[in-house]
Design a protein around this ligand. Structure first.
Ligand code: IMP
Length: 195
């Protein structure tokens, strides 16, 4: 029997990444698939709080097993910023170009380029909450490189690679990313839960 989960997002990139990893193990529905048109507020002060807020919204309103993620880019020289505010770094408009521009500007002439992406998934399954984390370490490049992906991909180069996320094909990025690591933990949990 295939189990269904709502992934509390309408972001096509994320849905594609998660569906590719989950495979036939579960049906992943988007918010649009369940006719949820709400813009669920992300008012938490941590990635964990935001992931839980979104998952709880779906569970409380639709009573469906569900999960939600929140991701932040944590830059060492900026004391972990933009972190939970990554989407709004350059303002409320959630403009990726402006966010990247601001990041490069704030790191101008900063030698320490160390950064990490961190994804937290909150899953609610039959009313019980669980959290999973995925982290990938890397560095912020001096300028944008590559045309794939989204968000901060053009300026994030993961350790062990000479390419930014935006220079990689999506298959490679989806295999090594912060979200992939967190998703694999999530899938393992789902598998064990139903076995
Ligand atoms: P959210 O948690 O998906 O809302 O992501 C927060 C911010 O991080 C947004 O600005 C996204 O564009 C960015 N972001 C999330 N995941 C990635 C990624 O895999 N690559 C690049 N940027 C990302």
């Amino acid at each position: 029997m295939t189990h269904s989960f709502v992934f509390a997002t309408n972001n096509a990139h994320k849905l594609e990444e998660v569906r590719a990893i989950v495979g036939r193990q579960a049906d992943i529905l988007s918010l649009r698939d369940i006719n949820c048109l709400a813009d669920i507020p992300e008012t938490g002060k941590t990635l964990e709080e935001n992931a839980l807020l979104k998952a709880r919204y779906v569970y409380e309103n639709y009573r469906m097993n569900c999960f939600a993620d929140d991701t932040g880019l944590e830059v060492e020289a900026l004391n972990g910023a933009p972190g939970v505010y990554s989407a709004r770094y350059a303002g409320a408009a959630h403009n990726s170009d402006a966010n990247v521009q601001k990041l490069l500007l704030n790191l101008r002439s900063v030698a320490n380029r160390r950064a990490r992406f961190r994804t937290v998934f909150a899953i609610i399954i039959n009313g019980k909450e669980h959290l999973f984390e995925g982290v990938i370490q890397g560095a912020i490049t001096l300028s944008r490189r590559g045309g794939s992906g989204f968000g901060y991909d053009p300026v994030f180069m993961p350790d062990g690679y000479a390419k930014t996320f935006a220079e990689m094909d999506s298959e490679l990025k989806n295999r090594i990313s912060h979200r992939a690591i967190a998703t694999i933990k999530l899938c393992h949990f789902i598998k064990c839960y139903y076995s």
